[in-house]
Design a binder for this molecule. Sequence first.
Ligand code: SF4
Length: 237
Amino acid sequence: MELTRYSVIEDKNPREIVLLRGRGCAWKRCRFCDYHLDASRNEQENLSINRAALAQVTGRFGRLEAINSGSFAELEESTITEIERVCQDKGIRDLHIESHWIFRKTLAALRARFAAQGVTLHVKIGVETFDADYRERVLDKGIDETDPAKIAADFDDCCLLFGLAGQTADSMKHDIETGLRYFDRVCVNIMVPNTTPILPDDAARAAFVRDVYPLYRDNPRVDILLENTDFGVGEVK
Ligand code: SF4
């Protein structure tokens, strides 16, 4: 499967985005996820794929999102060096990355490393829902903390996952409001069919589109991906 690895997000928080490949998600247990399959232990092949994606970055917004179907900590040092070079060459001053909860203790050093080069890191964590019981018992997300303030302590932005069985308009609104209270930005993903046994729930998706989406569609702090390729990277058709 050929993946699209570079795109431009023009509307909210304009930025370029690259989908890089690393050694693979260290957690791999989230029950809804199959994109951790985009991984390899071959550092040279990863570097060559990542160089090709990063070579397309122009720096037009001074802002880049670098994601990798897992956590930034799973990128090899050779790729991180390449990201740093592109940030310098293209005048990137804000770099958005993703990280699982288990790597939260690595983030302070990473922020300092990029700050020394004039680049501010914005780290996004996949929370999916602040309903900790659902998140851990149903989704197996791997966040052993229930307090949203403590979850947010090492992170800037969060991802939420909607369109799942049992979710209601009220529960989804509550999740977004909680995200907005503790994080700079919230990214809402809507569940789409994939190779996992977790299926999108039509009623929950309809409730989101009807009762929740209109409330946040124009909120500059909320990204909403009705399809998981709406940022233009991944299996774009
Ligand atoms: S959602 Fe992220 S942390 Fe969870 S298995 Fe997938 S890649 Fe790993």
